[in-house]
Design a protein around this ligand. Structure first.
Ligand code: GUN
Length: 295
């Protein structure tokens, strides 16, 4: 068997087009395009790359973006004041505070300061609670993107053995909630899990989001498993050049898995596409408009 490569880049481009197609009707109804505010504090190089990509895709979808780049020594109180101003600004539909925040800022405090109706990252405790209890709300972007790819690859996830590796609030926990809602039998593994290889061997679906380069070996996989690799680990080779690898040993997995996402070009583009979708959905919900049918 050679695994099919799941083309997240192509799927994400389609989703961005679907979002873009719905923007003109919203703009006609409201007199403006949906608006996304992006707040970036400090100079984390990876965050700068992510934010640049998010802003580029937002423009591509015909939406407005409002950028706030703040110095690394920004006081927590000033960041909270900015979030309050964005909450109060009716032309802002979505607010994204890029993580990680500098150490002197309490990220949890900032995330719950965002109006849940504008929380396009889905990180607010209210939206996390809504997801956990099966109520409608804004769902975190990376797990949403993973679920789209999984449903299109596997079809019905009902009864599937799904293993999520990593228990972060950004990916692991919401991914487990989404898979549970899709009626999979979900195991949530993490750094204290005993016999990770044994859990991987039983899984029909593996979602890896631990941030440990090539932790999951191809020989651990159940033959025919579907693998979604959220890892984005930058390794520096002997030649001094950087390369991105996932949390799964990709070359080893190819002869064993049924399908696998590449790194890069798998989950990453889906995260941004789902952010645009969330912004469009937030804009419609705030305006009292029904969500566009295609989404
Ligand atoms: N940092 C890493 N991933 C994310 C994400 O999805 N959203 C935000 N805001 N920050 C991140």
């Amino acid at each position: 068997m050679t695994a099919a490569i799941i083309d997240g880049k192509a799927r994400a481009a389609r989703l961005v087009q679907e979002v873009a197609a719905a923007v003109p009707a919203f703009a006609a109804a409201r007199g403006r395009a949906p608006g996304l505010a992006v707040v970036l504090v400090g100079d984390n190089p990876a965050s700068h790359v992510y934010v640049r990509n998010k802003l580029a895709r937002t423009a591509e979808a015909g939406m407005r973006s409002i950028e706030h780049r703040l110095p690394a020594d920004t006081r927590e109180a000033d960041l909270l004041a900015l979030v309050a101003a964005l909450n109060a600004d009716d032309a802002v539909d979505g607010i994204l505070v890029q993580l990680p925040l500098p150490g002197h800022v309490d990220a949890d405090k900032v995330l719950v300061a965002v109006d849940p109706a504008k929380d396009v990252d889905g990180f607010h405790a209210v939206n996390a609670g809504r997801l956990a209890t099966g109520l409608p709300g804004l769902v975190p972007c990376t797990p949403s993107g993973c679920l789209i790819l999984l449903k299109e690859t596997v079809g019905d996830l009902s009864g599937a053995e799904a293993l999520v590796v990593g228990r972060s609030n950004i990916v692991g926990k919401p991914m487990a909630a989404l898979l549970t809602a899709a009626s999979a039998t979900v195991t949530l593994a993490h750094s204290r899990t005993r016999d990770l290889a044994g859990h991987v061997a039983r899984a029909d679906v593996v979602v890896a989001a631990v941030g440990v380069p090539e932790l999951i070996r191809g020989s651990w996989l159940k033959p025919g498993a579907v693998v979604i690799d959220v890892g984005m680990n930058r390794l520096v080779g002997a030649d001094g050049k950087g390369r991105l690898v996932g949390d799964v040993a990709f070359a080893e997995a190819l002869p064993v898995a049924r399908a696998i996402t590449p790194v890069p070009g798998g989950v990453g583009p889906m995260t941004i596409a789902c952010l645009l979708r969330n912004t469009l959905l937030a804009a419609h919900a705030r305006a009292g408009l029904p969500p566009p049918v295609a989404l």
